[in-house]
Design a protein around this ligand. Sequence first.
Ligand SMILES: [Zn+2]
Length: 428
Amino acid sequence: MVIEKNIKNNQLKIINNQLIRTAPLLLLIILGGCKARQLTRPTPQMDIGPQFWVRVLLLNDVTACTLKIASPFSIISHDPRTPGIRNYPKQVNVPLRIEISGGRITIAGTPLTSSEAIIFPGDPYIFNLNGDDYRGKLKLQIGPDGSSFDAVNLVPLEPYLAGVVGAEMPDYWEPEALRAQAVAARTYCLYIKERFGSNRAWDVRKTQASQVYLGVRAESAQVWNAVSRTYGRVLVCKHSDGTEDIFPTYYSSICGGHTEDSKYVFGGDSFEALVGRSCPYCKDVAKPRFFFWPMVQFDKSYVTAKLSQRYSKLKQLGKITNIIAARQSNYGNFSRVTLVKLVGSTGKSDSLRAEDFRLTIDPSGRKLQSTIYQIVDKGDKWAFLSGTGYGHGVGMCQCGAQAMAREGKTAEQILSYYYRNSRIEIVY
Ligand SMILES: [Zn+2]
């Protein structure tokens, strides 16, 4: 769901803004010879209930990483036999190597007694992992075979969102578009946490697989404003059993002219808020190069290899000899491929959702930007022509949201347009 953008030195901007606002106070401090006050923005919600903490998978299956913390911190061991808190007051701002050795995690050479531990930085609750700052706490957990570990950021929902909104949308966009983004990202995160979090040791990834999270690097005054002004606000819609609840508020960069019903793109449950909506807006905001993407070609042997590697059921097809757009949405003169039929050299055929097909042959999604295209057989290659849009096209169109905000629409109006019949509810 990411949009290309340049992350500026937002941390510096925050500091500069605060410097301007606090100039007289600073002058007094300097003249008085007192210690300068902490200029980093504090981390909110550190005392909120566990249902609003997000577990973000930062590192998966790694054997080493480097941790640096600018405040005194402690390490909380979770071994019931030897529980305890170890304080590290002398290792402030010192890079600490974390490694796996002999089936144990070692921190600066000292082994931990348990298979998992939580590193708890002091105020302002920020740690640096491999060069990036994150808020909250860091959980280290040894993998099942004892040869690698995962690093999971435990972060309250609102500071988590500050690291998402600025990564998913340029912070110089309209405030109402940023607010709509904050509500969509908050709802999406809570939904994924409730739906999948209980089955695994983390709730969301930090990538487009969930929503992009860059930690403190993505923050700015505008981003914090969008998050704070929508504090605790989520979207709910009617579910198939008649109850009203949060739903997966998908969003994508450029829908290309019409958003898509989620059931055709992702399958699974259908939600009345996630039906296709006409979007005359994104064309005005998106760069032409991203709205209309150039022809992409893939070798047929590459396509067969990628598909059979990802889906073992497709091996029985042999070499894929034909790809047919088996189902396309039809919204007037707009059409998105939602199902592809694959015909193989063995005479057998099978089908895949077009979004799964797209991300199997182009996992980054940067070349085959969407499923709005025509498929053409070019001998030993498949060509995808007349491509439009960027992303899966379900839910809010981010460039469309920016265009609506420019027209003077509020975040609420943008959200109720892209998520039909949804309404805002306050969770805390
Ligand atoms: Zn759009």
